[in-house]
Design a binder for this molecule. Structure first.
Ligand code: UGA
Length: 475
């Protein structure tokens, strides 16, 4: 089939490449000419495992092309996927729908044959209906334009596999024709047994927002338990393992630590709160405010614990930060908890050295102050404290004994509960983590000694939030 993908950020670029992979002829569209040029040359403008290979393969054959022209898009196909960003508005919790509206307003008058526009961006419930009125107003006489919503559930770092082998496909449609077209697009996936849920657009919009809200709630739940563990001398990792054996609960998304960030979870729960208020059901989802608060608190707790480990002050103290991106296997630093903590440490006078395997350029662009390194050993040289803030695989492979030789003091704060703290402890490190008893090396016996975490919260951390690109940001 011929189709276009409008907006070539994390979501759109991956969707376009994967649609070509399953056999469609695809035209990707973005207002950013530099981005479309890179994609057309087979280069991914961001780090996403597996994407460069797909781009190279399909741009070479011409099955996947890119343009900045909506005119060309309208001419190319009668099926258009909208994948532009819906970031948080600067002055409210609500989502900024201006990019989605701009695409629909720009596309509808250019369409000359009956067509289907399929939204994939994450939007507040009710958006498809509101956009439908704009489409009708903009469409040429005699041209039927149908609108459907087909949310995307891909995770950064696994975006290609999540798109090619999703857990489910959700199609919010109002006509049998839209349903038929979407089933045809995803035919190879349906053939392999992936569930296809046909529903109305409002339910489809809500599935996405509810899924992200549930995931965020799960993370904040375990982080709340981590605070209780700190107060009670219990271990949140063992707690999560034990809870996770209950199939109704499950272990995934129960990793306590610095909390969630990125371009999706934080802004999606806030946009949901805002939309629920508009629908006068704010009370029903008020718990999401607490989910957000618990999440923000993890950043402050990490800073407080780091300060405590350094004896009460950051001024002039050298700190090595491992990780800048909001999660591993991504170079995305949008609302990165790691960068928010780094920002606060630097603001309080610490001499911060940051390492990240993929995110250094993006991190420097939003937080230019700290020194950035691409070698862990260099970042850690003479550090009085090592902070593990993003759980990249390479940090788990570090040799704590070797690292102990380059730092000034072997102190580790594992804010992701992902390192083998017993091994670090055995190599002579004073190890702390959120929600776990402390490992303080004790001459003569191996019993860990508990250290109390301060619960007084400081001023809110001024978390850096990278600006969204004009279009093509992930939903
Ligand atoms: C999230 C959802 O997982 C996807 O299903 C969804 O499609 C996507 O948002 C979106 O709306 O586009 P993503 O933002 O790529 O995907 O990242 P996640 O893997 O969900 O992680 C989000 C954050 O939660 C990260 O900062 C991660 O470190 C944190 N996290 C995750 C935890 O703190 N603990 C956990 O147990 C799991």
């Amino acid at each position: 089939m011929r189709l276009t993908v409008i907006g070539t950020g994390y979501l759109g670029a991956v969707h376009a490449a994967c649609m070509a992979e399953i056999g469609h002829e695809v035209l990707g569209v973005d207002t950013d000419a530099a981005k479309t040029a890179a994609l057309a040359a087979g280069r991914a403008p961001f780090f996403e495992p597996g994407l460069p290979e797909l781009l190279a393969r399909h741009t070479r054959t011409g099955r996947l092309r890119f343009t900045t022209s909506l005119e060309e898009a309208a001419d190319f196909a009668a099926l258009h996927f909208v994948c532009v960003g819906t970031p948080q508005q600067p002055d409210s919790l609500a989502a900024d729908l201006s990019h989605v509206e701009a695409v629909v307003d720009g596309l509808a008058p250019r369409i000359t044959r009956d067509s289907l526009i399929v939204g994939k961006s994450t939007v507040p419930v009710g958006t498809t209906r509101a956009l439908g009125r704009r489409v009708t107003a903009g469409a040429r006489d005699g041209v039927e334009i149908d609108l459907a919503w087909n949310p995307e559930f891909l995770r950064e770092g696994y975006a290609v596999q999540d798109t090619l082998r999703p857990d489910r496909l959700v199609a919010g449609v109002t006509t049998p024709h839209a349903d038929r077209l979407l089933r045809a697009v995803y035919e190879p996936m349906l053939r392999s047994g992936i569930p296809y849920i046909r529903t109305d657009p409002a339910t489809a919009e809500l599935v996405k927002v509810a899924a992200n809200s549930f995931l965020a709630t799960k993370i904040s739940f375990i982080n709340a338990m981590a605070e209780v563990c700190d107060a009670a001398g219990a271990d949140v990792v063992t707690l999560a393992d034990a809870l996770g054996h209950d199939e109704r609960i499950g272990r995934r998304f129960l990793s306590a630590g610095l909390g969630f960030g990125g371009g999706c979870l934080p802004k999606d729960i806030r946009a949901f709160l805002a939309r629920a208020e508009e629908l006068q059901v704010g009370e029903a989802v008020a718990f999401l405010r607490q989910v957000d608060r618990i999440n923000e608190r993890q950043r402050l707790r990490t800073v407080d614990l780091a300060r405590q480990l350094l004896g009460g002050t950051f001024a002039g103290r050298r700190i090595a930060v491992l990780g800048a991106t909001f999660k591993p296997d991504s170079d995305d630093v949008r609302d990165s908890p790691a960068l928010a903590v780094t920002c606060e440490l630097a603001a309080q006078g610490a001499d911060v050295r940051v390492h990240d395997p993929e995110g250094v350029d993006n991190a420097r662009a939003v937080l230019p102050g700290p020194a950035y390194h691409t070698a862990v050993m260099t970042a850690c040289r003479d550090a009085e404290l090592v902070l593990h803030l993003t759980e990249w695989r390479e940090y788990r492979a570090l040799d704590p004994a070797r690292l102990a030789e380059v730092v000034r003091a072997p102190r580790l704060l594992d804010a992701r509960n992902a390192l083998d703290t017993a091994a670090w402890h055995a190599a002579g490190w004073h190890v702390r983590a959120l929600g776990r008893p402390a490992h303080v090396p004790q001459p003569g016996h191996g019993e860990p000694v508990r250290v109390t975490i301060p619960h007084a919260l400081g001023a809110p951390c001024t978390a850096p939030t990278a600006g969204e690109p004009v279009s093509g940001a992930p939903a």
